[in-house]
Write a protein that binds this ligand. Structure first.
Ligand SMILES: [Zn+2]
Length: 280
């Protein structure tokens, strides 16, 4: 099955009151795990690349692996660039066959975010691709920029409606209290704010920093209009936990001995997330 455009599965998800899991993947193991998790659950999946890891497997190899593994598993999958920082980065991924990119202009003032996003939309349209943008600041590590909690600015509902009208994007990432990385205290998700945004924005809404958010809060967010949830930190925990069970300073196992259980741990975590998001 060929890869699909991300916005297609997101529109269907928001209409159905579901969300699609978007997994940040970094190599062949993680990409394959995402397709196998989609196969086990019978749900679509989004496989995301980050420019911070471009030098590990590259955008072209990433696309090729995702295409092949999705086809092998017979699943519906989309690939997406997460947190592109510049138009050049977005263009690299678009040229490599990604039909969806995010250019994160949220660190800039509103007008500059609009300008960058408009240019990204123009660029992506030339490749028949869709665009995710972000308004407001998600706490934690945003790409390579640390957003401290005190400085965190949540998305303004009226500004969100204006931003969508100004930019013609396909989906909007909102800042409503989740964080990139590990929560230090109890997660405080601003559900009232999310409801107000969802009332004004019909597009699929995206929740970044989904790892560690309690299931009941996740379900509530999906009911309110979140159609895509980004997961990275929990995947890395599962993967490293799986590797750690086998590896020691004096062990030299064959790759199948440590990759197989680590990949299985990854698939299991992905299956949990996909199932939760699909059943909200
Ligand atoms: Zn993010």
């Amino acid at each position: 099955m060929p890869l699909v455009r991300m916005d297609e599965i997101l529109h269907a998800a928001r209409a159905d009151g579901r969300a699609v899991a978007a997994f940040n993947c970094w190599d062949s193991n993680s990409i394959q795990a995402a397709t196998l998790a989609a196969q086990r659950t019978g749900q679509p999946v989004i496989i995301q690349a980050s420019p911070a890891e471009e030098h590990y497997c590259g955008s072209r190899a990433f696309r090729t692996m995702a295409e092949q593994f999705a086809d092998d598993a017979g699943v519906t999958a989309a690939i997406h660039l997460d947190h592109g920082g510049t138009l050049d980065q977005a263009e690299t991924y678009l040229k490599s066959g990604f039909k969806s990119v995010m250019l994160d202009g949220s660190r800039h003032p509103y007008d500059e975010n609009v300008r960058l996003t408009q240019e990204t939309v123009r660029l992506a349209q030339g490749f028949g691709a869709c665009v995710e943008a972000e308004l407001g600041k998600v706490m934690g590590l945003e790409g390579d920029v640390e957003v401290p909690e005190g400085e965190a600015l949540q998305t303004d509902p009226d500004e969100a409606a204006q931003f969508v009208a100004d930019t013609n994007i396909d989906c909007l990432a909102v800042a409503v209290g989740t964080i990139h990385g590990v929560y230090r205290g109890k997660p405080e998700i601003n559900l009232a704010r999310l409801a107000a945004i969802a009332e004004r924005v019909e597009l699929p809404l995206v929740l970044h920093g989904g790892s560690g958010t309690p299931d009941d809060l996740v379900r509530e967010c999906i009911r309110l209009g979140i159609a895509k949830i980004n997961i990275y930190t929990e995947l890395m925990q599962a993967w490293l936990g799986g590797l750690g069970e086998i590896m020691g300073p004096d062990t030299f196992p064959a790759p199948g001995k440590f990759y197989t259980p680590a990949r299985e741990a990854l698939i299991e975590r992905m299956v949990e997330k996909i199932s939760l998001f699909a059943s909200a």
